[in-house]
Design a protein around this ligand. Structure first.
Ligand code: SF4
Ligand code: SF4
Length: 458
């Protein structure tokens, strides 16, 4: 009888441990499949964005590497321009540092998920582990507070640059979705640690002593009344939701203005290094003048028809296209733009958003047809002549942009196309162009009379 009972018990224990092992293996397989799919999808979307950016014209921005690395460190990593408003800069830095640094912890979560361990790094780094998790928790709390304040600024205080018309619809929701997602992710992280800590207090299997956690250590005692199985469900649910949320966030980035988290780095590195007021000469116009003076230099045979400025994304530099994907839609450019501030239609932020929208449409067109099929649209389908004419070329937008974007570069190219390809300029401008051509100055006086004003001084 005793022997029979013992055999039955052994069978049950064997069955339960096999079931546990099976469940563990199933979880690992599901995790690996989800992680592989999320990474594959992200890589695919990033390669589409890269292909779209490379639809732009060549521009060599590989000179002065030392200065470029300095820009990357100061502007992208150090967020130098943000510190003009120190309070907002500190909050933004916390959110950004939180995103980057807390991802170190995600590495452990991913490895745990793949190999079926729990807090893999704990036995190897001991006290340093507690220190790191505490640092992550402080950052997580900082992110929670900063994102809540950002939500209030956008939706309750309604700062002017966040309520302008160019943010209507998806862009406004996009900003809110991201802030809410960050708040949820950080909350899940803190609840997960709290439940883990409560399980440690109860001596639950697999939940090894980690030392005290500063934030979740305060919440954990409130969970003491819960059973071990309830705590495990809370801890595991938060663990899964946290990592699934991160995979979802990763794949949301390519559709969001938050892509700047990644693209701010190459954008700062490839920023144009010339002084801001310097406008590019139009090489083909320069060549025309050169060939008039020295006809022997003119190319013989058939040459491609000349094109001035930009009508569509293909005519812009790849850097302008990278700019459009890097735009954070923060509106600092529009807030500083004198045209925008005096009630004109122009908003440099909208120029960047319109360029990205058109680039996305062109990218979809290419994916659907294998090559670009004329859709009867171009950048002028998004950006009006009135907006373009309002620009004073003051460069305030370029100066203000925290991620080294130049809306002016796009405006100039579109305006060049309007004027030089379509002769679409107001009469006053045409008079000025004529004067520059004939008198080498915007005024109607002959260059020989230029010194006459000084005669009266004698
Ligand atoms: S350069 Fe043009 S778009 Fe930029 S701030 Fe000046 S007026 Fe506005
Ligand atoms: S161009 Fe720069 S300043 Fe303007 S909205 Fe985009 S990121 Fe902000």
């Amino acid at each position: 009888m005793l022997q029979n009972n013992h055999d039955a018990l052994s069978t049950v224990i064997f069955y339960l441990s096999s079931t546990n092992l099976l469940m563990q293996i199933v979880q690992q397989i599901i995790f690996i499949a989800v992680a592989a799919f999320a990474i594959w999808l992200f890589a695919k979307n990033i390669s589409i964005i890269r292909r779209n950016i490379l639809l732009g014209k060549d521009e060599d921005l590989n000179d002065n590497k030392q200065l470029r690395w300095r820009n990357l460190l100061l502007l992208a990593f150090g967020q130098k321009k943000m510190f003009r408003n120190p309070l907002v800069a500190v909050m933004h830095f916390i959110v950004y540092a939180g995103f980057i640094i807390i991802n170190i912890e995600v590495l452990e979560i991913v490895l745990d998920g793949m190999i079926g361990t729990h807090r893999l790094f704990l036995p190897y780094i001991g006290g340093l582990y507690t220190f790191l998790i505490n640092a992550f928790e402080i950052l997580a709390l900082g992110v929670l507070i900063a994102c809540s304040i950002f939500l209030v600024r956008r939706n309750i205080i309604k700062l002017k640059r966040f309520i302008s018309k160019d943010l209507d619809g998806w862009p406004r929701s996009d900003a809110n979705y991201i802030l809410i997602t960050e708040i949820i992710l950080m909350t899940l992280f803190l609840i997960m640690n709290s439940a883990d800590r409560a399980l440690q207090f109860k001596g639950a299997a697999h939940y090894h002593e980690t030392g005290n956690f500063l934030i979740s250590g305060i919440i954990a005692p409130m969970m003491n009344g819960l059973s071990v199985s309830a705590l495990v469900i809370i801890e595991r649910s938060c663990w899964w939701l946290h990592i699934l949320g991160i995979f979802a966030f990763l794949n949301y980035l390519p559709y969001s203005k938050h892509l700047h988290i990644l693209l701010a780095f190459p954008n700062a590195y490839y920023a144009r290094l010339e002084p801001m007021g310097k406008m590019d000469n139009m090489e083909n116009v320069q060549n025309e003048v050169k060939y008039m003076m020295q006809p022997e230099l003119a190319p013989t045979g058939e040459t491609a028809p000349m094109k001035f400025g930009a009508k569509d994304v293909f005519d812009l530099s790849w850097k302008s296209l990278l700019d459009s994907y890097s735009c954070t839609e923060c509106g600092r450019c529009s807030a500083a733009c004198p045209a925008n501030q005096t009630g004109k239609l122009l908003s440099p932020r909208k120029i960047m958003m319109d360029t990205r929208d058109r680039l996305e449409a062109v990218g979809k067109n290419i994916r659907a047809n294998g090559e670009f099929k004329d859709d009867g649209k171009n950048l002028f389908s998004h950006i009006t002549v009135e907006e373009l004419r309002a620009c004073t070329t003051c460069n305030a937008c370029v100066q203000e942009c925290p991620v080294s974007i130049s809306p002016l570069q796009i405006i100039l190219e579109l305006r060049r196309s309007l004027i030089m390809e379509d002769s679409n300029a107001p009469q006053e401008w045409n008079v000025m162009f004529g004067n520059i051509e004939n008198n080498f100055a915007p005024w109607k006086f002959s260059p020989d009379d230029r010194d006459k004003w000084a005669d009266e001084l004698n």
